[in-house]
Design a protein around this ligand. Structure first.
Ligand code: TYD
Ligand code: MG
Length: 422
């Protein structure tokens, strides 16, 4: 049984004698300043973006992710690049390990303090002395409060320590970042409850076989949850990727069959991705269907549409589909790109390299309108594509003259086939 021992008042050690807020006294709404305080704008544009425009004073930010994905690197890098007094608390690594990591990453902060304290009470004593501008906790699973009678990393400990950090952040107005490991079920360590206690939840994701990482806003009291930040993990730290499409399209010298480019959206960000398909005769009688980065059932649906409406015999073929770069895409607007990659492979006809696609495909082979079509077209134009195929239902809302890219449209998959493959 986890047991919470009664909480004496002197627990909040970090507090100065006189409280900043007149606790217990209600305040008139009219007298509250709407200003959230001046945000700290970091040199990391991706991080600023996912936070909704920089670090909010007094905010509690949870950074979650699987072990080894780069959470410590991200926050140590932030600490090294900020021009603030920072206390980086690591119960995970020794001072020497942190020093070695810092040496790999460029950046220099003369006011960066490292602590390996794991007792939250002793930690708050250090905080009281140091008065940092930003506090970073790596990780919440290593902190221990004496007020809870259970081991570090238990739900009760995480709740208690996060609660104390939350009160500290609110009352001192110091922003606090906490790292939390994600367990196998994909939840940020232990309880979902941690997500309710913080202002912002950022999730760091990526495939360890690839270098790029995505920092996704799951919750944000101070901004949109549709934001993502993109990084590349390199030998000397995480590099911002301000133009993701360039990372995701492998620039080839000559066109290849089975490859199509689709204009997708990741949150609010338009991105061009490369879809690769391989359709080959099934030798072992039992046709294989494999996808990487795309829903297998959705591909089966698209194959069924192509079979039924176009008469293509995928039934006795192996079909492999891959989104290049290790990205996982759920956006239905890449349907048309996928269908064209599949057709390009089965017909062994390559598509022009300067062409891309953005449309959803319905069960009768009709091309359906997709959201944020203007952004997708602009991104394609920006990257030098010469034409883009969209649904004719998206045309109505568009001012075609505005673009320097040829906008082609169709209503059905059959028309696309006639125009590109015959
Ligand atoms: P880390 O930040 O320790 O991950 P987490 O805190 O989420 O567990 O990052 C771990 C991986 O990143 C590790 O395998 C080494 C690699 N790495 C680099 O490739 N380049 C670097 O500059 C650094 C610091 C780490
Ligand atoms: Mg770590």
């Amino acid at each position: 049984m986890e047991e919470v021992i009664e909480r004496p008042a002197e627990k909040e050690i970090w507090k100065d004698e006189k409280p900043k807020r007149n606790e217990g006294t209600p305040v008139l709404l009219n007298e509250i300043s709407p200003e959230e305080g001046k945000r700290i704008i970091t040199p990391d544009l991706e991080l600023n973006r996912v936070l909704g425009g920089g670090i909010v004073p007094g905010s509690l930010v949870l950074v979650g992710g699987e072990p080894g994905i780069g959470k410590s690197t991200l926050l140590l890098q932030l600490a090294l690049h900020l021009n603030e007094k920072i206390l980086y608390v690591s119960g995970e690594e020794s001072e020497q390990q942190i020093k070695m990591r810092a040496e790999r990453i460029s950046g220099k902060n003369d006011e960066l303090y490292i602590s390996t304290e794991i007792s939250i009470a002793r930690l708050f004593k250090q905080v009281k002395q140091l008065k940092p501008d930003v506090l970073i906790i790596d990780s919440i699973q290593t902190l221990i409060s004496d007020f809870v009678d259970s081991t570090a990393g238990s739900i009760a400990q995480i709740k208690e320590c996060a609660g104390q950090l939350q009160r500290y952040a609110k009352e001192s107005n110091v922003p606090v970042f906490i790292i939390g490991h994600i367990n196998k079920e994909g939840y940020i360590a232990g309880p979902k409850i941690l997500e309710h206690m913080v202002d912002t939840v950022l999730q760091f994701e990526g495939d360890r076989n690839y270098t790029h990482r995505i920092l996704r806003t799951i919750k944000n009291r101070f901004g949109s949850t549709d934001e993502i930040g993109i990084y590349k993990m390199e030998g000397d730290g995480l590099k911002q990727v301000n133009n993701p499409s360039e990372l995701l399209i492998t620039h080839k010298d000559e066109p290849l069959s089975g490859v199509a480019i689709a204009a997708t959206m990741e949150g609010m960000r338009p991105m061009l991705i490369e879809v690769q398909a391989l359709v080959s005769p099934a030798v072992y009688g039992n046709p294989q269907r494999t996808t990487t980065g795309f829903d297998l059932r959705r591909m089966s649906m698209l194959l069924a549409v192509l079979e039924k409406r176009g008469g293509f015999a995928f039934g006795n073929k192996d079909v492999y589909l891959n989104i290049a770069g290790g990205l996982k895409v759920e956006d239905p607007a890449i349907d048309l790109g996928i269908a064209c990659a599949l057709l390009s492979s089965i017909e062994d006809v390559f598509l022009p390299m300067n062409l891309c696609f953005a449309a959803e495909i319905g069960l009768s082979g009709e091309l359906r309108a997709v959201n944020r079509i203007e952004q997708r077209i602009s991104e394609a134009e920006k990257l030098g594509f010469e034409s883009i195929y969209i649904s004719k239902h998206n045309l109505k809302s568009l001012n075609i003259k505005k673009y320097n890219i040829e906008i082609r449209s169709a209503g059905k998959m059959e028309e696309i086939y006639q125009q590109l493959f015959v």
